[in-house]
Design a protein. Structure first.
Length: 462
């Protein structure tokens, strides 16, 4: 009898220890081979051949529900030869009857640089779930591309997003991009900010914006990249006389912000398949009474989970980050918006900024006020999972210094470069995976079956 009690006690201790371990955060033991984050030289990305050939082609969703596409490209000359026109047709037809759209065209100056001619054309009224061809340029300079429109918005529509942040244009960025492209599942990219890192170069060398456009074209011309702005998009340089924040980014990357009644391209929303995606700006005012704040307040009321069960937020500075780099930089936005995210049961928040990978537990920290002193994150099944995916692989290198011990809100963290995939299966389940760029794409370094907060608000296990 005594032995039985002892045995039972031992089993209890064992079970408790297993339980405790399975709920502790993991700091990955994977050690990434240290190497300099070297940028690919400008010559790696020459402009395409041909007179006034279109280049830096990229597309993004052009309306609120997925029947529109913004087609963007650059030409060196602004001649009246049709180089500002996109022609497109349903891939099921022979292309003899092409539709066309005329772009708005602009240039910008930045210090000693003048941009090429930046064209943005919005195509609307596309069929859902349909392949389209489109072509740009004239004469011998014509270049042809294609894209798939998303399925009609609906609660059980399966859809797969790639997730990339802080990409830059180093050899590591190249590995990340081509790993992602080798995965046939990705249908669109959620981009968590920090694109070209032009501002890390003397005088914010704007040619790096051109080379970035050429670098991402093999993916961004064929599937929409949903852009959020990071700090490297600000390009504010008082010493150069460049004091208009976000000037290069907003000239080069258009988004459908008016379709969600936003007054700024820096914050907006789209619906795509079964997801409602809200893009926020860490570097625009968001306190009470500001445009972004009042827009988000109205926006959250518009989300209909019967139509789009998955509520996803894209923002640059992470709210839950246990890396020593950029520690607490997202804190004031967290304090401002977190109660709304919990109340509205946001499923996932993707952020960038920190050049490493981290996934949080479902936690919230909304009880704090200046008198009660309660300021510890607690488990909360109405809270989002926070994912830091600023690990695209840019010139600034890896963020490899973490706070110790690992805080309880941190479920998994690793100082490596890579990207993520979010495979939405139906209204209740999505499979989320993270892929190091040092591995082959099929190797999964972190994974979790996410349960929808509106339809299945149960705790998840990895
Ligand atoms: Fe950043």
């Amino acid at each position: 009898m005594k032995l039985n009690r002892l045995t039972l006690f031992c089993y209890a201790v064992l079970l408790l220890s297993i339980f405790a371990v399975s709920h502790a955060g993991v700091t990955s033991s994977y050690v990434r081979v240290s190497e300099p984050s070297e940028e690919m030289p400008l010559e790696t990305f020459p402009p395409p051949a041909g007179l006034n050939a279109p280049e830096q082609v990229h597309i993004t969703q052009g309306d609120h529900s997925g029947r529109g596409m913004i087609i963007s490209w650059v030409t060196p000359l602004n001649v009246d030869d049709g180089s500002n026109i996109v022609r497109y047709w349903n891939a099921d037809t022979d292309g003899s009857e092409k539709m066309s759209a005329v772009a708005s065209t602009s240039t910008y100056r930045y210090y000693d640089y003048t941009s090429g001619y930046l064209h943005h054309a919005t195509i609307k009224g596309l069929e859902y779930d349909t392949k389209y061809f489109y072509e740009l340029g004239t004469g011998r300079s014509i270049r042809q591309f294609n894209f798939m429109t998303p399925p009609k918005v609906g609660p059980d529509v399966a859809y797969t997003f790639g997730v990339i942040g802080d990409l830059g244009q180093t050899y590591a960025s190249n590995q990340t991009l081509y790993n992602y492209m080798s995965n046939p599942k990705g249908q669109a990219v959620l981009f968590a900010g920090d694109l070209s890192y032009a501002d890390d170069h003397p005088n914010h060398d704007q040619r790096k914006w051109d080379s970035y456009g050429r670098f991402v074209e093999p993916s961004a011309a064929y599937q929409p990249w949903i852009w959020a702005a990071g700090n490297h998009e600000i390009d504010y340089a008082q010493s150069l006389g460049e004091t208009q924040p976000f000037k290069p980014y907003m000239n080069r990357y258009h988004v459908p912000y008016r379709a969600s009644q936003s007054t700024s391209p820096l914050w907006y929303s789209i619906k795509r398949a079964s997801a409602y995606i809200i893009v926020l700006s860490s570097y625009s005012a968001y306190d009470k009474y500001t445009p972004q704040n009042s827009w988000l307040q109205d926006e959250l009321k518009k989300v209909n989970r019967s139509e789009t069960p998955w509520l996803i937020v894209l923002v640059h500075a992470p709210w839950y980050n246990s890396n020593n780099y950029h520690y607490m930089e997202g804190e004031s936005m967290r304090v401002t918006f977190e109660p709304w995210f919990v109340e509205n049961k946001v499923d996932i928040v993707f952020a960038g900024h920190v050049h490493a990978y981290e996934r949080s537990e479902r936690v919230s920290n909304i009880k704090y006020n200046i008198t009660d002193g309660m300021s510890t994150p607690v488990k909360d099944q109405s809270a989002p999972v926070y994912i830091t995916i600023g690990d695209g692989g840019n010139i600034e290198g890896i963020a490899n210094s973490y706070t110790e011990p690992q805080p309880s809100y941190s479920a998994f963290r690793e100082a490596s470069f890579g990207h993520a995939m979010l495979e939405i299966k139906n209204r209740t389940h999505a499979h989320y995976t993270w892929h190091r760029n040092k591995d082959d794409e099929p190797i999964i370094a972190d994974a979790i079956w996410l349960k929808n907060r509106y339809y299945l608000p149960e705790e998840e296990t990895t």
